[in-house]
Design a protein around this ligand. Structure first.
Ligand code: FAD
Length: 401
């Protein structure tokens, strides 16, 4: 470790915190990343197997981070998105060709992305402190003091700004007593990899079922990642079934769009809830990624949104540093929060609305959503708008390189 006073300490070296450290690697800022997991724990965590849908805008940000060229060969491009409502008439299709792009987005596992981030961080100048947890924060006028716990020993560090990127259960948020709103969806996502009998033709399927949405995301040749959202009780029951019975239920629910499915990994489960921090900033602290917004995965937006937090914050930090100004002062943090608010509110509203609309079998609502899907399919303008949002291209992408 090079010293105990930094410009910036990032708490949480996951997908979002690690990306921010990379975004700042060419800046003169002295950066430390504090991560609770050891490298072995990170590598063996089953959470790394979840497949993430990356918007085109996210690929552009990862490119600015210098790691897209390494991620792309392991990622599957999405050529088509197919949305349907099981047992109803509504469905819609969005195609890359019709939108004039080579891919609508990409699917990669969280581990593929994390591995590239960790490898690039290893060659950068940020100090990586792990395994270590933040257990105390005390803000002063021009510095903030952070207490870390490594095993049984404690250590104090200071910085001009702390970035809390420590996930949905954020310790930074809790230590600062920042309120949070939490919506329990009463749902769990079961994630499992399957092989497919027929070629998926790079199609991401989103199938809404009475028990919740079921996504089949293309992940390599004749391979897909299933993200199946169910009520907690149904998920519990399905996790308890022998593999063959689980597969039969999956096949029956999804149908035969890609022929017969076979399981190629064990099942993992993720409890789903919406967590929103009451505010993004505090004295000399800013929260990003899941620490400020943990979303339902139905629209595949959590990491995409977190990357946009990273790009915005990095752009503003780089500019501020060029002018030699304090990166932790209140006016600066306020301007960051203002810049991010609209994007964040609209994604939370859209994702939460989608969960409620498509997890409900109340007949008038089912009719309305099917008419909506049908209208979307017939109205190219609306579909194009949706596609641009899904691709993460509806907004300017900040530049920080
Ligand atoms: C089933 C599922 C499917 C998903 N699909 C998509 C998708 O298709 N597209 C998409 O964009 N998003 C998707 N998401 C969301 C995406 O995974 C998250 O938005 C993303 O992982 C958030 O990254 P993060 O770095 O903010 O948080 P995390 O990934 O939770 O990382 C937080 C890090 O902080 C560390 N940490 C925690 N506490 C401390 C502490 N006290 N001190 C130090 N370190 C600490 C943790 O060890 C961890 O490494 C999905 C999520 C799930 C569960």
């Amino acid at each position: 470790m090079s010293g105990f006073d930094y410009d910036l300490i990032i708490v949480g070296g996951g997908l979002v915190g690690g990306s921010l450290a990379l975004a700042l690697r060419n800046s003169p800022l002295r950066v430390a990343v504090v991560e609770a997991l050891s490298e072995d724990e990170r590598r063996s965590s089953p959470a790394g197997r979840r497949a993430l849908a990356l918007a085109q805008g996210s690929a552009q940000i990862l490119n600015q981070l210098g790691i897209w060229a390494a991620i792309e060969p392991a990622a599957t491009p999405i050529a088509h998105i197919h949305v349907s409502d099981r047992g109803h008439f509504g469905k819609t299709h969005i195609g890359a060709e019709r939108e004039g792009v080579s891919a609508l987005g990409y699917i990669a596992t969280a581990r593929d992305i994390e591995d590239r981030i960790v490898a690039a961080l290893g060659q950068g100048s940020a100090d990586l402190l792990h395994p270590a947890r933040v257990i105390g924060l005390r803000a002063g006028d021009d510095r903030i003091c952070v207490t870390l716990k490594h095993g049984e020993s404690h250590q104090n560090l200071t910085a001009r700004l702390i970035v809390g990127a420590d996930g949905g259960n954020s310790s930074v948020r809790k230590l600062l007593d920042i309120g949070q709103s939490m919506r329990e969806y009463g749902q769990t996502a079961i994630v499992v990899e399957v092989s497919t009998e027929r070629d998926h033709r790079c199609t991401a399927y989103e199938r809404f079922t009475p028990s919740g949405p079921l996504a089949l995301l293309p992940l390599g040749k004749k391979r897909c990642s299933v993200v199946w959202t169910l009520s907690n009780a149904d998920a519990e029951e399905l996790m308890g079934l022998p593999e063959s019975m689980f597969l039969d239920t999956l096949q029956e629910t999804f149908g035969y769009w890609v022929g017969r499915l076979a399981l190629v990994s064990s099942r993992e489960r993720f409890p789903l809830r919406l967590i929103q921090a009451a505010r993004m900033t505090d004295r000399r602290v800013v929260l990003i990624g899941n620490a400020v917004h943990q979303l339902h995965p139905v629209a595949g937006q959590g990491f995409n949104l977190g990357l946009r937090d990273v790009a915005q914050l990095a752009e503003m930090l780089v500019r501020r540093t060029e002018f030699g100004e304090d990166i932790g002062d209140e006016a600066f943090l306020k301007s960051y929060a203002t810049a991010r608010k609209k994007d964040l509110d609209s994604v939370v509203f859209f994702t939460d609305g989608l969960v409620r609309l498509f997890s409900n079998s109340f007949p008038p609502l089912a009719l309305a959503r099917n008419l909506g899907l049908l209208a979307l399919d017939c109205w190219p303008g609306a579909k194009q708008l949706l596609a641009r949002h899904a691709m993460g291209l509806a907004r300017r992408i900040p530049r920080f390189g």
